[in-house]
Every structure is written in C-alpha cells, then in structure tokens.
Design a protein around this ligand. Structure first.
Ligand SMILES: [Zn+2]
Length: 141
C-alpha cells in the first residue's frame, strides 16, 4: 500500500485517505479541521445551505407580525352592517423566511448528494429544522 507523510501530523498515511488542503497533503484527521479542501473548489451546496440558514434565521431578527385584529365593516344591500373581524396573527417574515429556507435546504440537499460535504449536510439539516419551526411559528403562534 502506497503511503505519504501527512503535512499536518507527520504520520505515514495511505494515499487513498489523504486530502489536498491549502496547507498541503493531509491525513483525514488533519484535513477534517480544514474548512477548505483544495481540488473540489468551494461547494455550491455549502453556499446554498448558508443561504437557507440565513433565510431561516432572518425571522429571528425581523418580525412583521400582524397581531392586531382587523375589523372590516360591510354594509349589505339591505343596509345591514356586517362586522367581520379576523384575528390573524401571521408573521409573514417567519412564513416567508421559513418557506425560502425549506426550498433552499432542499436544493442544497440535492446538490450535496453529489458533493457530500459534511458541513453542508449539517447546515442544510439545521436550515430544515429552523425553517420548519419558523413556518409553524408564523402560522400558529
Ligand atoms: Zn495528519
């Protein structure tokens, strides 16, 4: 089995388990802490996953909750007033952000099925959870 010396820890490692990083060829353990594994470029799945996370986090910062009760008075043909009040408490930022987060997380997941970035999986998974939470929060709470 062909081995090489890891640039990080100096251990002799099988070539097959070496990764090219910006600091040279490293074993799996040393390359693991490296955000940037050279050769695959920056992952599009990771970028989309970051976008999904941002969309999911946005409603935590901004909130346009319409908590006030909207009252609409309508007078029908007979001259009788009908008062319709809707107590909608939708948070449109949470609904929008959560929806976008779920869509972007799905896109990131599809991209990452090829790229298989661990960081992207973690981020898109988080975006799924937070996005779904935002959606539920926007509609229910
Ligand atoms: Zn190493």
């Amino acid at each position: 089995m062909e081995t090489k010396v890891c640039a990080g820890c100096g251990a002799s490692v099988a070539v097959a388990s070496m990764s090219w990083t910006s600091d040279g060829e490293r074993c799996e353990d040393c390359a693991g802490g490296h955000a940037d594994v050279v050769g695959q470029g920056s992952s599009s799945a990771t970028r989309v996953a970051v976008g999904a996370l941002v969309a999911a986090a946005l409603p935590l910062v901004f909130s346009y909750r319409t908590s006030s009760t909207t009252t609409v008075t309508m007078t029908d043909a007979a001259g009788v007033e009908h008062v319709a009040s809707s107590g909608s408490a939708y948070d449109y930022v949470a609904i929008g952000g959560g929806g976008i987060a779920l869509v972007l997380a799905t896109v990131a997941l599809l991209l990452n099925l090829k790229e298989k970035r661990k960081a992207a999986f973690v981020m898109l998974g988080l975006a799924f959870v937070v996005g779904a939470y935002q959606l539920a929060r926007g509609f229910v709470f």
